[in-house]
Design a protein around this ligand. Structure first.
Ligand code: FES
Length: 120
């Protein structure tokens, strides 16, 4: 597992997605009160950038058709998207103004790629 430098923590505005390229992967990176999350920037429904979407709680809503993806799991909680997006391990190094964000560009392994309708 290799973490790569992504940005300074202060570069991330709370609840405002940023598009970052880490390890050659385009990601939507979101700082929330619950922590920093990274998901693949490409919506699983169509080829649009999730980093242009809106953050609501711990979800990121696609700007085009409104699917809301859980930032913790990548699972779409609302249609029309039915497939999850990849999520990536994130860690914050340091404190205060020196805090920085590192991301592993290898996605978390999911138990299943089942559509949201099949989820409990
Ligand atoms: S393109 Fe994202 S929900 Fe349709």
């Amino acid at each position: 597992m290799t973490f790569e430098p992504a940005c300074a923590l202060d570069d991330l505005e709370v609840n405002s997605p940023s598009r970052l390229i880490v390890g050659g992967v385009a990601m939507a990176v979101v700082r929330t009160p619950e922590g920093v999350f990274a998901v693949n920037d490409r919506c699983s429904h169509a080829d649009v950038s999730l980093s242009e979407g809106e953050v609501e709680g711990c979800t990121l809503e696609c700007w085009l058709h409104g699917s809301a993806f859980d930032l913790r799991t990548g699972v779409p909680l609302t249609p029309p998207a039915i497939r999850p997006v990849d999520t990536y391990p994130v860690r914050v190094i340091g404190e205060g103004a020196d805090a920085s964000v590192e991301i592993n560009p290898v996605p978390h392994v999911r138990d299943t790629d089942a559509p949201v309708e099949d989820s409990p």
